[in-house]
Design a protein around this ligand. Structure first.
Ligand SMILES: [Zn+2]
Length: 457
């Protein structure tokens, strides 16, 4: 997902100004130490409401109730949930619009290819986005972060060109300073450090791989930027990345688990437990075939009335959570460690590292499957399976624009059309792959030889 700083400004401004925000946080505080029975009652009340809305206004669920003969009013408890069908990512990709209960123009739309090479489009009501922010701020509060915290945000190459060559940009109203991973190079470090210190952040937020890139540059110069917390999501963090990040920023890592589909969410507490937020969604665990130790997370959104998804298979797998209550004293259930996104970093034509390269294909449309492959540094192949409304010329042009915006000029991209993308022996399709036998040399070991003018269009 990529948004301009102007649209981010509007979006965050709306969410921050929303009258329900403070009330929602109080409610979350009460619920996190409630008896299990009260949590269950809360979820069932929300579930009944969402089922009523879906049965009346979502074409997908209207058809389901009509054809199955199941009365919507008979779905009353968590146990009744099993009478609703499991929804797969493929179903969402094919029939996304059929889940909506509101016109598109009343919601925010988000596209994502995730890790599985199947692009989807989801919709969010403003209220559900306000709730999402309230949950996050609630979790940050466990670590002493105030609401409206000032955050330095590193989510890949938010911008590589078109920002007057500045490595950072402020998002007015959101109290955020965006740092593009494109500029995480030794020659730009002084400017980035000046901007961050001037901004005076409470927290660093973003993808572990991008934050680790900045942390490595800072450590090489023996620099520290102390903050209160480092907020992460979307990616698995290696123990080495965690140690480096905690050392350089002198703060705990505050990780949370969620998805573009927003059907379930969990966040780490001070004692290291991943607490499920039960007001956000219902979590079911589905046994993974061939494994007694792994479970797939199936989520039911309890907040997004505009895009109801019941029993959505996230494709994310977990191992069981540690038994017993969490030492932090919260009563909300715990989620095991999520085996989430692990993606190879790509390398641009000039040798710079490009974290989470799958974001290149996130907003492409008319595709059933998509994969971006690095053939060698700076040379990429976009592999697609056409879907409704596919145009080879438009997809190529769109992907090249994304590539230039995020990776900078000088990259090559070609498009290859498939009937079905070739699967690796594991059968699990990945959105971004590096097709090379020799691992790329780490950026830090290379001299910064790129002439500055090449990166300033
Ligand atoms: Zn805990």
């Amino acid at each position: 997902m990529t948004l301009s700083s102007a649209s981010l400004s509007i979006k965050y401004g709306l969410r921050r100004a929303h009258p329900q925000r403070i009330w929602l946080r109080h409610r979350l505080e009460r619920l996190e130490r409630a008896e299990p029975e009260r949590i269950k009652n809360f979820q069932e009340r929300r579930l009944r409401h969402l089922v009523r809305v879906a049965a009346a206004r979502s074409p997908f669920y209207r058809a389901y109730f009509r054809e199955s003969g199941i009365a919507p009013a008979s779905i009353r408890t968590l146990a009744d949930l099993s009478r609703l069908p499991l929804i797969s990512r493929h179903e969402l990709a094919e029939r996304g619009d059929d889940f909506r209960t509101l016109p598109r123009r009343l919601m925010w739309s988000v596209r994502s290819s995730g890790t599985s090479g199947v692009p989807i489009e989801c919709y969010r009501t403003i209220t559900s986005s306000v709730f999402e922010l309230a949950v996050l701020e609630h979790q940050w509060g466990w670590f002493g972060l105030p609401p409206n915290s000032r955050r330095v945000v590193l989510r890949g190459n938010t911008f590589a060109t078109g920002q007057n060559g500045r490595p950072t940009t402020r998002v007015r109203g959101a109290r955020q300073l965006l740092v593009s991973s494109y500029y995480l190079t030794p020659d730009r470090l002084d400017a980035i450090v000046d901007d961050i210190r001037h901004f005076s952040p409470d927290a660093i937020e973003g993808w572990p791989s991008s934050i680790a890139l900045l942390a490595a540059l800072l450590r090489d110069r023996r620099l520290r930027i102390p903050v209160r917390a480092v907020i992460t999501s979307s990616e698995v963090m290696t123990p080495g990345q965690r140690a480096l990040i905690e050392e350089v920023f002198g703060a705990p890592v505050v990780d949370h688990y969620g998805q573009t589909e927003r059907v379930a969410m969990a966040g780490i507490c001070e004692a290291g437990g991943y607490h499920i937020f039960p007001a956000y969604g219902i979590v079911e665990l589905l046994p993974v075939a061939g494994s007694s130790e792994r479970w797939e997370i199936v989520g039911t959104s309890l907040q997004n009335c505009g895009f109801p998804l019941f029993r959505y298979r996230t494709g994310d797998e977990v191992v069981p959570a540690a038994p017993g209550p969490c030492p932090c004293g919260r009563t909300t259930p715990l989620l095991g460690v999520v085996d989430g996104r692990v993606e190879d970093t790509f390398t641009a034509a000039d040798g710079r590292p490009l974290p989470l390269p799958s974001t290149i294909v996130d907003d492409l449309t008319g595709l059933r499957e998509a994969q971006i492959a690095q053939m060698r540094p700076g040379v990429f192949e976009l592999r697609v399976v056409p879907g409704n409304g596919f145009s080879e010329a438009r997809t190529t042009a769109h992907a090249r624009r994304n590539l230039a915006r995020q990776f900078g000029p000088g990259q090559e991209l070609r498009l290859r059309v498939f009937e079905r993308l070739p699967r690796p022996p594991s059968g699990k399709l990945k959105t971004a792959v590096v097709e090379q036998t020799k691992p790329a040399e780490p950026w830090r070991l290379r001299p910064p030889t790129i002439p500055v003018e090449r990166r300033q269009p």
